[in-house]
Design a binder for this molecule. Structure first.
Ligand code: ADP
Ligand code: MG
Length: 729
């Protein structure tokens, strides 16, 4: 950083650091060895380097800032989004004999003042702070009086509106960190004083969120420690099953004592209870969800932890603080809404390193459920607009407002909650609500005049809300693609998190790598015609290796016209399973956007001649009762090649509204009218005629025939409106 002037950096001797690191690990933290990657992160931070640390939950990220903070002589400032986390960490550090304090809204003001004083007097090793404190007048000046040795931003994904726990307060960090880093106070004048390093830590950041964190916190030059997402003892299986068949299947799987203890994640509270009743006849089982009383939840968690319960059927509320190493199986009885959440949940299996299994049961209908749930949490922007318009600086009663606006069931609560989350409304005590001021929205115009301030505020909550709302839909898409993926599951997850140091090898134990050990999936030998089709694929790949699956499909279709994309993907899956080809998720950069697609090629054994496909390759044998494959959306990877950023946001909203109306008229789910990716494609490419429309991914002749006229009219009208002079509103 440039503000270090000519001072030499306080870089400890690297050899001494290694010794110190190991000694402190033992003497202070009581651990005999570092967990993977901890030492590297600690050493670099101790040397003063900024870092972004993305490692899974339980990897031991806290140590990564605590140890270097101590080595650098303390104190360490830690920003953390959750009171419970702060309390927990403070207690743990105190048990180790360290001096730790915390400042958050759950503590009396006098206690917070005392914590501040201790920090300033150099009496603390660690001070945990809730980020919204940075917005409290005078608080920054207080902190600036003492320069920390290290600044840690825990759960750093909260800073990104792409992240699942976006916290507008976290945005304050980006503005305030530079001041905290600057040399201030008497000891800052000492020769050798360097600005403290910043460590941003999180378990759930995709490459997109990683970028956002880095930009927000000004960590462009920071080390990237993105590691440990591969779990080699975890066999992942994803099986398509009708809903009605799932409970019995779960009971079957768990009947084997070697598959317990187990967590079964269910989509609703009711289902956790129903499944618990079914399973409790066979082995000790209890349900867990956020609707239960705290005492009851604690009892269930405690009993599971202690081994008194073999199975917990739970919603996603179960997990934080579950520290049980011997969980053998994690089952999902429905498709989760995000790959990140899914990864966190299955990651609870096999912490002891012994073989464990993650089983996901899903069907075509699950996606519809997810879209429905999405609609409940993220109402259309117009509802937020109207509600925001009805708010002012004067507090009004929430109930009055609800009566006045007469929104559909649950929409009002959701819209208000979103305005609050995105920093546009403030909920006061006594059931009152008012508009949030710009600074409260975490968007005070840094360096800008009043105009920038107003404009910034007006734009900001809309922009973050819209982006987050759409991002959630993308995440559902992404999860669907994961479920439908025909290649190695673990590899797919590792790439999802951008673990660049990973070996890139197939895991060898998932359903794509090891069909024979599947618990729920069924396979069949291919028909003669299917063998022929596979031979076509192999011979096409002999000519051209490492090709996108979308393009390969186009070529393939010229020979085997009766195959749709799904049937084609099944062939690829069968060939991947028998190690003839590989299927990987890949990406490239285009106009600053990361574009992802699936790539396939022959493996060394696939390149050998004379393979007996009929004897080796197995095709999935989907359970009867599944909707016809043809009705399933064509989630072509090609659809991804149109980036959402290219789409006109207004047009997207208009198209969505139109789609909702069509769906309602026909009583169909919205995505059967037009999938999200197709909708984005239309809004991005703005087709002018039926041919251009047909060329878009996800749009087939039927769609053109049925909706082509309407879609083209909407696009044309939006274009005209866009060119008309703005009405100044
Ligand atoms: P994360 O923040 O990555 O989810 P934590 O920092 O909370 O993980 O650590 C998870 C657990 O691992 C804690 O109980 C911690 O004490 C323990 N732990 C961390 N590092 C080590 C180590 N080197 N050896 C043994 N246990 C460790
Ligand atoms: Mg942590």
């Amino acid at each position: 950083m440039s503000d270090e002037g000519g001072y030499p950096r306080r870089i400890p001797n690297p050899v001494a650091t290694t010794l110190d690191l190991n000694r402190r690990l033992r003497s202070v933290f009581g651990h005999s060895v570092f967990r993977p990657h901890q030492e590297e992160v600690c050493r670099r931070a101790a040397e003063g380097a900024d870092g972004l640390v993305v490692m899974p939950t339980g990897a031991g990220k806290s140590l990564c800032y605590q140890l270097p903070g101590l080595l650098r002589g303390g104190p360490t400032l830690v920003f953390s989004p959750l009171i419970a986390l702060m309390e927990d960490q403070t207690a743990k550090l105190r048990e180790l004999g360290l001096r730790a304090e915390r400042i958050h809204s759950g503590r009396p003001r006098s206690e917070s003042r005392r914590a501040c004083r201790l920090y300033r007097d150099g009496e603390l090793d660690f001070l945990f702070i809730a980020p919204e404190r940075l917005g409290v007048p005078g608080f920054m000046e207080f902190l600036e009086g003492c320069r920390p040795a290290l600044i840690a931003v825990d759960e750093a994904h909260c800073i990104s509106h792409w992240g699942h726990d976006f916290r507008p307060d976290y945005r304050l960090l980006g503005e305030r960190l530079p001041a905290l880093r600057r040399r201030s106070g008497p000891e800052a004048e000492a020769p050798g004083a360097a600005s403290p390093p910043i460590l941003a830590l999180t378990a759930t950041a995709t490459p997109r969120i990683q970028e956002d964190i880095v930009i927000q916190l000004g960590l462009e030059g920071a080390d990237r420690h993105i590691h440990g997402f591969r779990r080699s003892n975890l066999a992942i299986e994803v099986a398509k099953k009708a809903r009605s068949a799932r409970p019995a299947l779960v009971a079957d799987v768990l009947a084997d004592p070697g598959r317990r203890p187990a967590i079964v994640y269910c989509p609703t509270r009711k289902e956790t209870e129903a499944l618990a009743r079914l399973l409790a006849d066979r082995f000790p089982t209890a349900a867990y969800h956020a609707g239960m009383a705290t005492a009851e939840r604690e009892e269930t968690q405690g009993a599971f932890q202690a081994g008194g319960l073999a199975v917990v059927t739970a919603t996603t509320a179960f997990g934080m603080g579950v520290d049980k190493p011997d969980i053998r199986t994690v089952i999902h009885t429905a498709m989760p809404s995000t790959v990140e959440g899914y990864y966190q949940e299955i990651g609870r299996a096999g912490r002891d390193g012994r073989p464990s299994r993650a089983l996901l049961l899903y069907s075509w209908a699950d996606r519809r459920t997810q879209e429905f749930l999405h609609g409940l949490t993220y109402p259309e922007l117009r509802y937020l607009e109207r509600l925001h318009g009805a708010l002012s600086d004067e507090p009004v009663e929430v109930d009055d407002l609800a009566r006045r606006l007469r929104y559909p069931n649950r929409v009002f609560e959701a819209a208000l909650d979103q305005l609050r989350i995105h920093g546009a409304a403030r909920i006061l005590s006594g059931g009152l609500v008012c508009r949030a001021r710009p600074s409260e929205a975490g968007d005070s115009a840094a360096g800008g005049g009043a105009e920038g301030c107003r404009g910034g505020e007006a734009l900001s909550w809309r922009r973050t809300y819209r982006a987050q709302r759409r991002h959630r839909l993308d995440q559902i898409d992404e999860m669907t693609r994961f479920a439908d993926h025909r290649g190695c599951r673990m590899l797919r997850l590792v790439r999802h998190f951008g673990d660049r140091a990973d070996s890139g090898e197939q895991c060898g134990v998932c359903d794509a790598c090891a069909a024979s050990s599947c618990l729920a999936r069924r396979f069949r030998t291919p028909l003669a015609e299917e063998v022929q089709a596979m031979e076509t694929v192999v011979s096409m790949l002999r000519r051209r290796d490492g090709v996108g699956t979308g393009r390969l499909f186009q070529e393939f279709r010229a020979v085997h016209g009766s195959y749709d994309r799904d049937a084609f993907e099944d062939l690829l899956g069968a060939l991947a399973q028998s190690r003839i080809l590989f299927v990987v998720e890949d990406s490239f950069q285009k106009d600053g956007e990361t574009i992802r697609y699936q790539r396939t090629g022959l493996t060394p054994s696939g390149r050998r001649r004379g393979i007996d496909l009929a004897g080796q390759a197995l095709l999935p044998d989907d359970s009867p009762g599944e909707p016809s494959r043809r009705r399933r959306r064509r989630t072509a990877a090609a659809a991804l090649e149109i980036a959402e950023a290219d789409a006109d946001p207004e047009l997207v909203e208009i198209l969505r509204a139109w789609r909702t109306e069509q769906a309602r008229k026909r009583r169909w789910p919205a995505y059967t009218v037009l999938t999200n990716s197709a909708l984005i494609a239309v809004a991005a490419r703005k087709p002018a005629n039926p041919d251009e429309l047909l060329a878009l991914p996800g749009i087939g002749p039927k769609t053109v025939k049925r909706y082509g006229g309407a879609l083209l009219r909407i696009v044309a009208a939006a274009d005209e409106a866009g060119e008309a002079p703005a009405d100044g509103g």
